[in-house]
Design a protein around this ligand. Sequence first.
Ligand SMILES: [Cu+2]
Length: 176
Amino acid sequence: MIRRTPPALAAVAALAVAAPALAAPKANTIEAQGTSKVKINEYIQDGQKFVPGDITVKSGATITLRNKSKDGAPHSLSLLKKSALPRTAAQVMQCAACGPLLAAHQADPTTGEVKQPLVDAGRPGFDTEGTKTTAGDSIFLPPKGKVTFKVTAKKGSKLSYFCAVHPWMQGTITVK
Ligand SMILES: [Cu+2]
């Protein structure tokens, strides 16, 4: 016997799938999205992410960074060499590259307040990636905030970045 879903129910199901998706960010815009959830006796999941993670812009372009995280989390967009990006859960927890960045931003470890919202390493603008021991170009994104930064890396470069608050949030900026 073949059971068919009544058309009205199928339409409701389609709506339910379509509804949660946020509209795609505008050109030259990166959004921080997500929230955390807990499954008692099993896990805590922190679903913060950059959307899109990978972006392509022209050299000299200004990128807008918007904080759309539902739980009011702050973020940073911090350039970091690909080889220094944390890849495993242990690397995320220890986050070697986060120390120099939090120090450069003058972040208060108890309140999370930041005295230096912009870290401009090397030449002006976003072109310098950090390492596990040095901070690269980095900008702090407060809860519900919106900030901009200029990509000054040369055409043909590919910068990798991550969030020093949630080190699994990672992406790339391809400069054309
Ligand atoms: Cu973050």
